[in-house]
Design a protein around this ligand. Structure first.
Ligand code: ADP
Ligand code: MG
Length: 368
């Protein structure tokens, strides 16, 4: 498989710069996910790679070969579009074999390739039907199958699951993950859904406003987000952000805000002292809160790390609950393991382990 390299690639529509110059390397055989909110430039990036959109500057390389001058059909790429783009008058077998017939692949080989792929995707019994006679999920698989029969070195997917209902989406996600493990192909997958990104990607590229915010493994993005945007975008429920002022109290760092005083990790001292201000943004994952039983006197907790949260809505999910709470005027989401539902309006106290609290520069959003 070729290694794909974007070198100072940029894109403008008229005078509007959608993507300022950026570099991006996609390693051989890797499943890369481009994820970010709608309008951030994911499809544009993918379409430039496929040859459906011209570059405004820079070059895309396949190993040491520049490809921006090549027609889409000469790029050894197969693309699955969000809207499937199936031919309504052709049956499924002919839809899937369309590109192979154009390439004049022998009939027997076409039949064999279509059937093998159809079997993998569980659509073997649908080959004689027309697209209009299929459900959305089945059409989605055909669109995927049409790309897979081509045996290209690189597969591009543009939000292929976004039209499916939640259950089918989860199923297709699993199938894709399985496919990723069995095919040794370059795959570039675009989605706005961070769960899809986390479950499918070997490597995730997070984009916002036309800029690459960070790239890395799912674990790296979750544990070491570069900035507030990535921290808030990756993980579900989302990270909570609280404005706070850092105060040194007898050598220990306290972050104080409306309704809380939380102890910070001593390891943060150097980074914090380099800041010009004491005002920071704290980031706390919903799973980092530890409920404090007020009655129990033996609770091993220091009173220098407490936050009081008033429950607004409690989403009871069985094994755990997600509490939507308020701390002053800020909304805070908390994951608790609870045997029974927690009543709304109740105020609860939580401790937050200092090492789980992330600190962001209030101005730039960069994580300290
Ligand atoms: P995403 O796929 O991340 O939702 P797109 O790559 O489709 O985003 O679009 C990125 C930006 O480029 C958007 O602001 C969009 O409005 C703009 N854009 C996309 N296509 C065109 C076009 N043909 N003409 C002008 N602007 C466009
Ligand atoms: Mg798009």
């Amino acid at each position: 498989m070729p290694q794909i390299r974007f070198d100072a690639v940029c894109k403008s529509y008229g005078s509007v710069e959608v993507l300022p110059p950026f570099d991006l390397n996609l390693a051989d055989g890797e499943f890369t996910v481009l994820v970010g909110p709608s309008g951030c430039g994911k499809s544009t990036t993918l379409r430039m790679l496929a040859g459906l959109e011209a570059l405004s500057g820079g070059e895309i390389w396949f190993d040491d070969k520049p490809i921006s001058g090549l027609e889409p059909k000469d790029r050894d790429i197969a693309m699955v579009f969000q809207d499937y783009a199936l031919y309504p008058h052709m049956d499924i077998a002919r839809n899937m074999s369309f590109a192979l017939r154009l390439q004049k692949v022998p009939k027997a080989e076409i039949k064999q390739r279509v059937e093998t792929v159809a079997e993998v995707l569980g659509i073997l019994e649908l080959l004689k039907r027309k697209p209009g006679e299929l459900s959305g999920g089945q059409r989605q698989r055909v669109a995927m199958g049409r790309a897979m029969v081509r045996d290209s070195s690189t597969f591009l997917f543009d939000e292929p699951l976004s039209n499916l209902d939640a259950k089918l989406r989860a199923k297709m996600r699993t199938e894709l993950a399985e496919m990723r493990n069995t095919l040794n192909k370059n795959m570039v997958y675009v989605t706005h859904d961070q769960v899809e990104a986390m479950t499918l990607g070997d490597r995730i590229v997070v984009m916002a406003n036309g800029l690459i915010q960070q790239q890395g493994t799912p674990e790296a993005l979750f544990k070491q987000p570069a900035n507030k945007f990535v921290a808030g975008f990756i993980g579900s429920p989302s990270m909570n952000f609280l404005e706070a002022t850092v105060i040194d109290e007898n050598g220990s760092l306290q972050a104080k805000g409306e309704g809380f005083s939380l102890r910070l990790d001593d390891a943060m001292k150097t980074a914090l002292s380099a800041l010009k201000t004491n005002d920071v943004t704290l980031g706390i994952r919903p799973s980092s809160f530890e409920m404090v039983e007020l009655q129990s006197s033996d609770a091993d907790l220091s009173p220098d790390s407490m936050i009081d949260l008033r429950t607004i809505v409690s989403e009871y999910l069985g094994a755990q609950s997600v509490l939507v709470t308020r701390c002053g005027t800020e909304e805070v989401r908390v994951e608790v393991e609870s045997a029974s539902p927690i009543p709304n309006g109740k105020t609860l106290s939580f401790a937050v382990p200092p090492e789980t609290i992330m600190i962001f520069d209030k101005q730039s959003g960069v994580r300290l």
